[in-house]
Design a protein around this ligand. Structure first.
Ligand code: ATP
Length: 239
């Protein structure tokens, strides 16, 4: 397992956002967390990134307990995140935003760095076209591409994607999900948080359903797609 989350509890003051959740992410796979608004999906990702403090439990990455490491140390170890709402730096160009994703790297003049920029351009040709454009002037879809591209510039072993399809037109949603599969097939492990449960389950090897801070169901993407209660609650009865 590349990532193991063990009995994790995270609070906002007295509010228990997540309670005793445990799951793991196998290297080379796509794992998805689905669930309604407020279920605790974003909190889980932020905790794995080190942006939220753990009240109880552990986060283990590649065998190392990272529960109390600061976020930059986790990025250096190979965990990067594309946040909910994209979080592009609006006054910076595409190039500068991508460079921010590589902030902790010391090899910015290397062939590996150029390879990574090329990988982002191959996945998102639009970003190459818009290389010198300010991120704040780009469309929502382009900013989503930039947020994912920026996360890849850290050369992560595990990329955390928070609601990458949110607010996008249907055609673009398909494209983003195809690219997520491609990123995974290139060897990057993916932990995907989505409200678009149908698409996420179709792409994921493993899936977990979060409800009010707890994991209530787990299985393969195919198993959960066929689960009657998951269908009724999250798939509008179809898939
Ligand atoms: P969404 O899909 O709406 O983003 P989510 O599943 O990602 O939902 P979280 O954002 O993790 O859910 O929120 C989990 C719980 O923690 C919710 O009850 C939410 O109100 C609460 N919460 C989240 N952020 C804060 C905060 N900064 N302060 C107080 N409570 C918070």
């Amino acid at each position: 397992m590349l990532l193991e989350v063990e009995d994790l509890c995270v609070n906002y003051g007295h509010i228990e956002a997540i309670r005793n959740i445990s799951f793991s992410v196998a290297e080379g796979e796509i794992t998805t967390l689905i669930g309604a608004n407020g279920a605790g999906k974003t909190t889980t990702l932020k905790t794995i990134s080190g942006l939220r403090k753990v009240r109880e439990g552990k986060v283990v990455f590649d065998g190392t307990d990272i529960t109390h490491l600061p976020p930059y140390a986790r990025v250096k170890m190979g965990i990067s995140q594309s946040p909910e709402g994209r979080g592009c730096f609006p006054g910076m160009t595409v190039r500068e935003n991508l460079d921010m994703g590589a902030f902790v790297r010391r090899d910015r003049k290397s062939a590996a760095y150029r390879e990574d920029i090329e990988r982002v351009f191959q996945l998102f040709p639009r970003l190459q076209e818009r290389f010198n454009q300010s991120a704040g002037t780009m469309s929502g879809g382009e900013q989503q591409m930039l947020a994912i591209g920026r996360a890849l510039m850290a050369r992560p072993r595990l990329v955390l994607l928070d609601e990458p399809s949110m607010g996008l037109a249907p055609r673009l949603i398909q494209q983003i999900f195809s690219i997520i599969t491609e990123i995974n097939q290139q060897g990057t492990t993916v932990l995907l948080v989505e409200q678009n449960a149908a698409q996420a389950l179709r792409r994921a090897h493993q899936a977990h359903v979060l409800e009010t801070g707890e994991i209530v169901r787990s299985g393969t993407g195919a198993e959960l797609s066929g689960d009657e209660s998951v269908k009724a609650a999250y798939l509008g009865g179809d898939l």
